[in-house]
Design a protein around this ligand. Structure first.
Ligand SMILES: [Fe+2]
Ligand SMILES: [Fe+2]
Length: 318
């Protein structure tokens, strides 16, 4: 647990060409040591090497959170940075917050912070036609619950966007997707982190996370759609999912979206016991082997989402 006075920042959320308006500390043996003074900027190669060696070791004073947010927002609106730079900054600045969503005992605060994250992603997608493509292209291939949640959030926003979700509904979908696995808070951490397939009793506990999620969210002010994302994302169109064996249109439309983006993320993510599939292979596999589990029209739309990723890459090198 982070000391109350400091909050984690990911160095990749800071662009090397932009001076940083706050002191940055590095945490060594539980002590915070000044690493970079306000007004200086990071060197690109240092950011790179720290991101590999010690991505979770950098902090700022937590009373500077608003300054940090403003700094991120300035970078997002800078005309000096490329779409891809901005996508990296937004994704990285959100990661520490999403980690908080899964660790923070104050769920109301986590829910509020998640709204801010989703709003940032939506306005970036509104402002920049390549935003979605870059965000999706950056998704992480390492498995942590919070990486996974952020990626499912981003894919779901992409899919929602393509099928015409707008404004309040899009925000709800984004929030529901970020919190879809919140019930994993109540699953034994040794099961969550296990290096290999689960045995029967572990699997039984893991399969309870949709109910746990509903129980958690029922204690807070959230919409039915957000609850459905947590409770119904493992249902299958054919009626043999869990926990309620809902079928077809009985499943909430937003949970149908999360069902697709959740599986897609799992297939393209590296777990210790399997290699990740490429985006195209994953979608092909879902299309050919799992299609009956999903809402067909949404599966077609998922193709359009991946197409945006290819397009953004093309525009970047053009
Ligand atoms: Fe899940
Ligand atoms: Fe999930």
């Amino acid at each position: 647990m982070v000391h109350a006075k400091y909050m984690k920042v990911r160095l990749n959320s800071l662009h090397p060409s932009v001076p940083v308006p706050f002191d940055i500390y590095v945490k060594i043996n539980d002590r915070y040591i000044l690493y970079l003074r306000a007004g200086d900027s990071m060197e690109a190669d240092k950011i790179q090497s720290f991101e590999v060696k010690a991505p979770d070791s950098f902090f700022i004073h937590d009373n500077l959170y608003e300054v940090y947010k403003k700094h991120i927002s300035d970078q997002m609106h800078s005309d000096q940075l490329t779409s891809r730079d901005k996508a990296i900054i937004l994704r990285e600045s959100s990661l520490a917050l999403v980690e908080e969503l899964y660790e923070n005992p104050d769920i109301d605060q986590a829910l509020n912070q998640s709204k801010e994250i989703i709003n940032e992603f939506i306005s970036f997608m509104d402002e920049d036609p390549d935003a979605m493509g870059h965000l999706i292209g950056l998704s992480s291939h390492d498995f942590y619950t919070y990486n996974h949640s952020l990626d499912v959030g981003i894919y779901s926003l992409g899919l929602g966007y393509v099928v015409g979700y707008k404004d309040a509904e899009l925000k709800e979908l984004g929030q529901g997707a970020l919190f879809h696995d919140i019930g994993k808070r109540h699953v034994d951490v040794n099961i969550i982190c296990k290096d290999g397939p689960l045995d029967d009793s572990e699997w039984a506990q893991m399969q309870q996370h949709p109910q746990f999620g509903l129980l958690i969210l029922n204690r807070h002010q959230v919409s039915d759609a957000i609850k459905a994302c947590a409770f119904e994302h493992h249902e299958s169109f054919t009626g043999n999912g869990y926990p309620q064996q809902l079928a077809g249109n009985e499943i909430h439309p937003m949970a149908r979206i999360v069902a697709i983006t959740d599986t897609y993320d799992a297939l393209t993510t590296k777990r210790s016991y399997n290699d990740p599939m490429t985006p195209t292979d994953a979608l092909k596999f879902m299309d050919e082997k799992l299609r009956s589990r999903y809402d067909s029209s949404l599966m077609d739309a998922m193709n359009d989402v991946l197409f945006k990723m290819a397009e953004a890459k093309k525009n970047e090198s053009a």
